[in-house]
Design a protein. Structure first.
Length: 136
């Protein structure tokens, strides 16, 4: 055994094998997902082109079955989903978007949504920072 190796690391596990010491619920839990974006990031939808600011992140799909059923592409549920203050150039709205459908928005134009000023402060470089004065 190596110096930095713990006793639990000595035996290799079979891929997908559940740890018998964990409750059954953990074995059934979705795989770990990693968010590529964070609150305040400006993003653009890769297909529909609307832009938005992330104001919340779900580590995996956490919306209704009705919402999921209406999406003809059926994105993988085991990935982060983002809540956006969205702007498509004609109207503003709240969007719920899978990570696979988002790109970094390289534009400098502000996102036109009425809730932006209630939640964020805009920095000189165009970045959005969550404004702690508006949250308890």
């Amino acid at each position: 055994m190596l110096m930095n190796q713990s006793i639990n690391d000595s035996a290799p596990r079979r891929k997908g094998a559940a740890d018998r010491s964990l409750p059954a619920a953990f074995a059934q839990a979705p795989r770990v997902s990693h968010a590529l974006f964070r609150i305040g990031d400006r993003v653009r939808h890769s297909i529909f082109g609307f832009r938005g600011i992330i104001f919340d992140v779900d580590p995996v799909f956490a919306n209704s079955e009705e919402w999921y059923a209406q999406d003809p592409r059926q994105p993988d549920r085991n990935q982060p989903f983002y809540h956006l203050l969205a702007d498509n150039g004609e109207q503003s709205y709240i969007a719920y978007v899978s990570q696979q459908d988002l790109l970094v928005d390289e534009g400098r134009e502000p996102i036109d949504h009425p809730a932006v000023d209630m939640m964020f402060t805009r920095e000189a470089d165009g970045a959005y920072r969550l404004d702690a004065q508006h949250w308890h």
